[in-house]
Write a protein of this length. Sequence first.
Length: 166
Amino acid sequence: MPESDSPFEATFKRMFRRHAAGVAIITVNYKDKPFGFTATSVASLSAQPPRFTFNMARSSSSWPAVANATHLGVHMLGLENQELADRFAKTQNRFEGDHWEEGPHGVPVLKNVAGWLIGEVQMRLSFENNAVVVVQVVDGEEGSDGVPLLYHDGAYSKPAPLDYQI
């Protein structure tokens, strides 16, 4: 049944809008041109060896770069990086300016973020118009230790501490 005919599509969308997710930016160098996009699907896969995953649409303008590059970067964002998150989500001039530099393996590295990891692509699993990408970390650097940037209910957000602590 086509995706739009699913009786649970609206429920699915509402439920995942309620699911808070960390905001990150994926960057990649392809044919000596930087590519990047904002992502909320980044997840840790394993600590030994250090691996992470992310999902993306294969219709994305960044897919050809991700599909063909050997290395890419993930940048974890803090609350102060909202403008950067918007730039990589909504504009075409993502790399205009001095907010990035070439990093290890030629991967674009963003400045003043909560941290970044460079990894070697291990696997790309395509399913219909989507892909899951598995990346093994080969380099990285911790940045500022501030408040993480979250995406929740269609807007940026920040975590709020609870009275209860573990």
